[in-house]
Design a protein around this ligand. Structure first.
Ligand code: K7E
Ligand code: CUA
Length: 647
């Protein structure tokens, strides 16, 4: 039925007499489609948009979009075409509903991302990257970068749970993270703001000499589902603001591309007689596209040519240059996005302060590198390839071009921040085909399977920076706006606006839902999702007990509809309390929560899940413990007491 409607375009008569409409209760005379259209002031395109997105109850979405959650520090999962928010994956920030950051395992996981002893309770997530096999999303893992603290996290798509957070002590901030190589051998993380490598103080007047960027390659161990810091390496780069990255694929496999801004090396000082960074960094007509041969870098590191700085193996600049790992090509002013075409043959770069998309030909770039055809070198000795000979074409696309995505018809889509539009253009012909307005100031865009070797070309989501008048006023802080566009239709059609009130989505990736196969329950019972194994403290039914040990009171507890066992916990004031809690249910969606008031204790235990909770019973008193999920008719009765006797 849906297919017919989609293929046939608007079919009002069909809709009006569809079996579904009848099932839902025969429409009254006044609620025919035309009457509804009139009453709600809907035009025909509104109705086609509704037909293309409306997803009846029980019907699942065809695609899942993984979006960064900006400084919520989390990842959002949205279904397409319905644009329903399906999940907020807790990553870098406590998330009460999931009990994330309120129990031993997730406390330890969050703490593993602390830097230099500083607790980091937030993050600025920008670019999610789905794991790939042969350049195609494989639906197994998701990586997400934290711009503020230069961290990466690994999420297992088996259960949509964060399993690892890593921070290098080499750099202070990142931006072009996360991007994966075509078989997920490495996850790429380039610096954003230069600083002394490895940390430490250096006066900013020594910026040119002592401040540096780096491009980190984190080795991914697929069998363990973890990044392996010991096998990671970095390439030192000059103190330019390295920005986004993309890995070469197919024709350009083995290479990575990183763009940069502020090759002027301005560092601000608005009260010290200097121009602000924004103007200091916008003097040059061009910045540098970094062309990295990561296979050569990997070989040089394996040959012992790296130096270890604060635990990270680093190919220093002179070594990277000598080994032919790093080349520059001029790129138009203050670029933001760098995107490799699905066939790997072209690299598209857009300068924010330029009106073009510039198409570099990898074949030409490679030939120039092989011939060592340089037009000079930068102040650090990095060879520069000739711009004119490296490009295939430039397309005049509009004002403020940022990010580019691709479809299955050889077209590219580039967001135009200043114009508040997305331009559709043909890559081979380097010609603009049409533009669609965004509301407003579109940043990243994400296309269905858009970063793979075979994009689907169905949908595109515009991630807008400003919402202005799109939604009802909710005070000065407005939601962000994600807009769904049908790119399979001609012309492109705007389908739906989704407000995002929990952080600024920067980038997203969209995967075909049937590539994902998440589990429903944890087995064996007593599974710890963070350690990804059965927990040593897992509790079996009938094995519940309370043990008093040197380190405090250990409560081995189970949860099952609708009681905790034990449900009375007696301790003495000042005692350490360890609760080992297993949800022994194996029924889908039979989640229980466990909370103790006034103790910051709050976990969510999914069917089969185990959680450990440690706290000090500091104050004598009577504290109710209860289940926080409405799990059954007798959910309110799923409660007990923590009795803390005074000394
Ligand atoms: Cu353009 Cu971090 Cu990729 Cu924000 S990012 S727009
Ligand atoms: Cu268990 Cu409510």
């Amino acid at each position: 039925m849906r297919q017919i409607l989609l293929a046939g375009g608007i079919a009002l008569a069909l809709l009006a007499c569809s079996p579904r409409a009848e099932q839902a209760g025969a429409p009254a005379a006044g609620s025919s489609v035309s009457a509804l259209m009139q009453a709600r002031k809907l035009a025909e395109p509104d109705v086609t948009a509704a037909l293309k997105t409306y997803t009846p109850t029980g019907v699942h979405d065809e695609y899942l979009m993984f979006s960064s959650g900006g400084h919520s520090g989390q990842v959002l999962v949205v279904g397409l075409p319905s644009m329903r928010l399906l999940k907020v994956i807790a990553v870098f920030t406590p998330e009460p509903w999931q009990g994330y950051g309120y129990g031993d395992q997730t406390d330890a996981l969050l703490a593993s991302g602390n830097r230099n002893g500083q607790t980091l309770a937030w993050a600025d997530t920008h670019h999610p990257a789905l794991s790939e096999t042969a350049g195609d999303y494989d639906g197994k893992f998701l990586f997400i970068g934290d711009k503020a603290n230069a961290r990466l996290a690994v999420i297992d798509l088996k259960d949509f749970v964060t399993k690892q957070i890593v921070a290098s002590n080499l750099i202070e901030s990142d931006h072009g993270a996360a991007f994966v190589t075509p078989n997920t051998d490495y996850v790429i993380e380039p610096t954003q703001y230069p600083a002394p490598l490895g940390g430490g103080y250096v006066p900013i007047e020594e910026y040119n000499e002592k401040y540096r960027g780096a491009v980190l390659f984190w080795k991914f161990d697929r069998s363990k589902g973890k990044l392996d810091p010991a096998a990671a390496f970095a390439i030192e780069v000059p103190p330019y603001g390295q920005d986004l990255a993309d890995a070469g694929k197919l024709a350009s496999s083995g290479f990575a591309f990183v763009n940069s801004f502020n090759t002027e090396r301005a560092w601000g000082g608005t009260m010290e007689g200097n121009p602000p960074l924004e103007s200091g960094a916008s003097q040059n007509d061009t910045d540098f596209l970094h062309v990295i041969d990561w296979k050569k870098a990997e070989a040089a590191v394996a040959a012992g040519k790296a130096e270890t700085i604060n635990g990270m193996r680093v190919l220093r600049l002179p070594v990277a240059i000598a080994e032919g790992v790093l080349h520059f090509i001029p790129e138009p002013k203050s670029p933001h996005g760098v995107d490799v075409t699905p066939d790997g043959k072209d690299i598209v770069v857009s300068g924010k302060l330029d009106t073009h998309a510039t198409i570099y030909s990898f074949e030409k770039v490679k030939a120039l590198i092989d011939q060592k055809k340089y037009v000079g070198s930068d102040p650090y000795g990095v060879p520069i390839l000739p711009f004119e000979e490296a490009i295939r074409a430039q397309v005049e696309i509009g004002l403020g071009p940022l990010h580019t995505q691709f479809d299955d018809q050889g077209n590219a889509y580039t967001s135009l921040f200043l114009e508040s539009k997305v331009a559709k253009w043909n890559v081979a012909e380097a010609r603009v085909l049409e533009k669609i307005p965004a509301h407003y100031n579109v940043g990243h865009i994400a296309a269905a399977e858009g970063d793979t070797v075979s994009p689907d070309g169905r949908f595109l989501v515009m991630i807008d920076k400003w919402a202005l008048d799109r939604f009802a006023g909710v005070g000065p802080l407005l939601p962000q706006n994600m807009q769904l566009v049908d790119i399979a239709s001609a012309p492109m059609q705007l389908l739906y606006d989704m407000p995002v009130p929990i952080g600024e989505p920067h980038y997203a990736q969209i995967i075909k839902a049937d590539k994902l196969a998440p589990i429903d329950i944890y087995t064996p019972v007593g599974f710890n999702p963070v350690t990804d194994t059965k927990d040593p403290e897992a509790v079996e039914a009938e094995q519940e007990r309370i043990e008093r040990r040197a380190d405090g009171v250990h409560v081995y507890m189970t949860a099952v509809r609708s009681h905790f066992r034990p449900d009375i916990v007696r301790v003495k004031e000042g005692e350490n309390v360890h609760i080992h809690l297993t949800n022994v249910e194996q029924a889908k969606d039979a989640t229980h929560g466990f909370a103790i008031g006034s103790h910051n204790v709050n976990v969510s235990i999914e069917p089969g899940e185990h959680a450990n909770i440690t706290f000090v019973a500091k104050r004598s008193g009577v504290f109710p413990m209860y289940c926080t999920e409405f799990c059954s008719a007798l959910h309110l009765e799923m409660a007990g007491y923590l009795l803390v006797e005074p000394n």
